[in-house]
Ligand binder design. Structure first.
Ligand SMILES: [Zn+2]
Length: 69
């Protein structure tokens, strides 16, 4: 399980959070210092963020040619 670094925008405190792959909603954990949710992930060691974040390739990825069944 990877450990991501987060930084709080309110108090500026940086902390580490262990993220499980089964918890995609654990994107923005609260700040352990001031309990604020105004935190953001630091882009220190995340190189794969540019790969899965390309816009324009989302509509043609599904190969279904019929209506929903
Ligand atoms: Zn904080």
């Amino acid at each position: 399980m990877p450990i991501y670094e987060y930084q709080c925008s309110d108090c500026g405190d940086a902390f580490e959070k262990l993220i499980r792959f089964s918890d995609p909603n654990q994107d923005t954990p609260g700040c352990p210092t001031c309990q604020s949710n105004n935190t953001h992930k630091k882009l220190s060691a995340i190189a794969a963020i540019h790969i899965g974040n390309q816009s324009g390739a989302a509509s043609s990825s599904c190969g279904t040619s019929g209506p929903f069944r």
